[in-house]
Design a binder for this molecule. Structure first.
Ligand code: URP
Ligand code: ZN
Ligand code: ZN
Length: 467
């Protein structure tokens, strides 16, 4: 009997801080050997000329999430995870949103029903806590954390989601007591409401005013406040989707005071700007997300942050809506103001190619840092390590072969999500994932799915291991 189910031979393998030329022996869905001239195998994959990377973990995606009256998210779990694997990901962590008045447990049950037997990737759920009642804080949340939902997001803005500072303090206290991790959407709700009302009263309702209504100070202040609340409770915190240098400075100051802060940024803050929201007619809605893309200086600050280690996580914040659709970006007539445009853009399939091309190929980051930012740190932060996120003996054989010689332009026609556009249309990319393997099985080869949906498994998660 061959020693291995599969051997991947001849590739440049990204392991921890190193890039080594070696073969990878896989048995029972796990990596069992890294070495030279490995023996017989049932299957052999020739990786000469390719880079072998840990499968991407996208720890910030929204799939099938209710998004307001008459608005429908463009991806269900089948299409969202299909796009994910075609873009070199093997695990995603979508959000399970509690609606006001709903028990967290019933929200979890409902999301499992949506995801069960639909996914191409492995997956877990972060919880969104929108109604922190005594029952939720005292019983439901601790029980769910024990069941493997070890992270939750709180919002400082958005109708129906924003929590008061006191509520956030209470949620953070549960995290402190249980070892869970709190993720914060940091934007000042009152500033946004004030500016939105003001712009509307002045007739300034075009998509570009979305960006103007959520200026950098609104993010900077809320970031500072979120960090202050975490400091008061004495709990680590994740600041998600950081878009600019002033928020990065707040994080640096809090770290210097001794607070453990995990910081995340996303592709939209590297390659889009607020100018993209100025498209003719309603085209600008294609770029409406929060925080909004900003200016060239903010882009540069985010690149600097990626290069010098200010960021731990690079996620997509995939939150897809269709463009040419009244249930999507073109909200029904009578709701023409930017206020009604659903916030969020698709990006789960393009996250890794954009960072590979603009980061690795442009020599802003090296291959080990790419793997750390896109897989390893996500596994460590969200309780999936050492099983996920690294090429190491004993880890799941979640692997992606990258061909650095491929050049292509991003085109929505080639992507696999449920939206009808990509905000990155036309962006020139060098390097693309050509084979995705989940737990030892090839699931995508040369852009084609090789398995039916449903092979992705739910991953109950432990507490964070970066703290
Ligand atoms: O605009 C965005 N980012 N929509 C997704 C929801 C969120 O705040 O992450
Ligand atoms: Zn958010
Ligand atoms: Zn998000």
């Amino acid at each position: 009997m061959p020693a291995f189910d599969t051997v991947i031979s001849g590739g440049r393998v990204v392991t921890g801080n190193d890039v080594i030329s070696c073969d990878i022996g896989i048995r029972g869905g796990r990596i069992v050997t890294l070495g030279e001239n490995l023996g017989a195998a049932d299957h052999r994959i020739d990786a000469r000329g390719k880079i072998v990377m840990p499968g991407g973990i996208d720890s910030h995606v929204h799939i099938a999430q209710p998004s307001g009256p008459g608005i429908i998210m463009a991806d269900d779990f089948e299409s969202g995870t299909r796009a994910a694997v075609c873009g070199g990901n093997t695990t995603v962590l979508p959000f399970c949103m509690q609606e006001k008045g709903q028990s967290l447990r019933s929200a979890v049950t409902a999301y499992h029903k949506l995801a069960d037997r639909q996914c191409y990737t492995d997956y877990g759920f972060h919880l969104i806590v929108s109604d922190p009642t005594p029952q939720v804080l005292g019983q439901e949340l601790p029980a769910l954390i024990g069941d493997g939902y070890s992270s939750f997001k709180v919002f400082m803005t958005y109708e129906g989601l924003a929590l008061t500072d006191e509520q956030i303090l209470k949620v953070m206290t549960v995290a402190k007591e249980t070892g869970a991790l709190v993720m914060v959407h940091a934007e000042n709700y009152d500033i946004i409401r004030f500016l939105t009302d003001k712009f509307e009263a002045e007739g300034r309702i075009a998509p570009r005013f979305h960006a103007a209504s959520r200026p950098i100070p609104a993010e900077r202040e809320a970031t500072h406040r979120a960090l202050t609340l975490a400091e008061v409770v004495g709990v680590p915190v994740v600041i998600v989707h950081v878009s600019n240098g002033e928020a990065i400075e707040e994080i640096a100051r809090a770290r210097a005071r001794g607070l453990k802060v995990i910081a995340e940024t996303c592709p939209q803050y590297l390659v889009l700007t607020a100018k993209d929201l100025e498209g003719l007619n309603m085209e600008g809605t294609k770029y409406v997300c929060s925080p909004p893309p900003r200016d060239a200086a903010s882009q540069q600050a985010c690149w600097d942050g990626l290069t010098r280690g200010a960021f731990d996580l690079f996620s997509s914040d995939h939150c897809p809506f269709r463009y040419d659709d009244p249930q999507g970006k073109l909200t029904p007539k009578g709701r023409t103001s930017f206020r009604w445009v659903p916030n969020g853009i698709p990006g789960v399939e393009t996250r890794l190619p954009i960072l590979f091309s603009e980061g690795v190929m442009q020599k802003r980051i090296d291959l080990p840092r790419f793997a750390t930012l896109t897989a390893t740190n996500h596994a460590k932060a969200y309780g999936l390590s050492p099983r996920k996120g690294s090429i190491a003996i004993g880890a799941d054989a979640d692997l992606v072969l990258w061909d650095p010689s491929i050049t292509r332009k991003i085109a929505h026609a080639d992507l696999h999500d449920g939206s009808d556009y990509t905000p990155y249309e036309g962006l020139e990319i060098t390097g693309w994932p050509v084979l995705t393997m989940l737990r030892g099985a090839v699931i995508v080869e040369n852009g084609r799915l090789t398995v039916p949906k449903g092979g992705g498994a739910f991953l109950p998660r432990a507490a964070t291991s970066v703290l």
